[in-house]
Design a protein around this ligand. Sequence first.
Ligand code: RFL
Ligand code: PHB
Length: 389
Amino acid sequence: MKTQVAIIGAGPAGLLLGHLLKAEGIDCVVLERQTPDYVLGRIRAGVLEQITVSLMERLGLNARLKAEGLVEEGFNLADGERLIRIDVANLTGKTVVVYGQTEITKDLMDAAPSRGLEVIYGAADVALHGIESDAPHVTFLHDGNERRLDARFIVGCDGFHGPSRKAIPLGAVREYERVYPFGWLGILADVPPCNHELIYANHERGFALASMRSHTRSRYYVDVPLTEKLEDWPDERIWDELAIRLGPEAAANITRGPSIEKSIAPLRSYVFEPMRHGSLLLCGDAAHIVPPTGAKGLNLAASDVHYATEALVGYFRHSDNDAVGAYSAKALARVWKSERFSWSLTKLMHRFPDDGPFERAMQVAELDYISTSKAAQTSIAENYVGLPV
Ligand code: RFL
Ligand code: PHB
């Protein structure tokens, strides 16, 4: 098989890129290790910045997002007692949209056949070859047959554990990493949210987040030590903990119900530089990870895809050989700012095991400052809605 761009991974980054390239008349094939059902079974992001919404609009695949997405004009920071509201709409003139990653992925997946986007699910043993040449190729196993896909470029959209990043020789790269000493225990339940806007809480007992997927489906998180086991957290224990950590105002409005999904996700900050090596470009979690505080991961994947599309359109449609060369620097400039925001909000809202009274006093002082300063609120708000692309 031969194509112009081989895309590895059919998560949101890979599918978005595939659709955008197709819409520009650029040939591509997406290779995905899992089945469609497996991909849709992963419960992840829930909050979309304008860049993600606008890419779906540009593709004309935003009908359901427009009908079902909840436009959010603000969110709250809680310090155990009070809610500090960040009025995002008034401070920035922009909003975010609550619409699950699962729904975005489903919309992109469902539209693939009618848009002529070829996605090969169940592609095993994907391996990259010749990435330093102008004629790279990918080999994989499909239905027990060995297959080969030749391309001009390969784009690795295969998440943190995929093979693309690992294909780049270590001498050519720099990695930055911070692993956090806790994970987020998430629960999804078909109950109305306790508040119409998100609440990020820093309580003496730890972090909590109240989020949602719709008016009837809630998503909540509490932070737990990494040694914690899911079986030690029956639903009632999570609801009890949420009621304490989110504070009295939210607790009064929590509706409890059976979990339909429950998982523990570790928290990590990670950046891999550069995001291109020869004919291989990396997008999304394949190149960087943010802790979920601030909801940046999926949105960063979308902005990478925006820059990668620009670069590949430059190369294929305008014979601009420098466009691909500029990709990594452009994408990384935005990645680092999102890394900074996610890291600083994680530090502000979590109790770290090594923190003493001084670190705690710093958190209290910062939350107090935010509660009274329009400048501080504006800074948080403009990062939350997403910095310019
Ligand atoms: P994905 O979604 O991991 O998709 C990668 C795809 O590549 C496939 N793959 C392979 N395919 C072929 N061969 C191989 N060898 C392969 N190895 C892997 C995988 O099967 C998969 O289909 O990466 P992508 O597309 O870069 O998207 C990134 C986002 O998924 C991620 O950043 C967000 O989910 C992060 N995130 C959030 N982001 C937000 O913007 N807002 C949020 O509110 C938000 N909340 C979250 C989150 C992530 C979470 N977890 C569990 C990590 C909440 C949580 C709990
Ligand atoms: C979610 O709804 O899953 C969610 C919302 C905000 C975050 C992280 C996750 O910061």
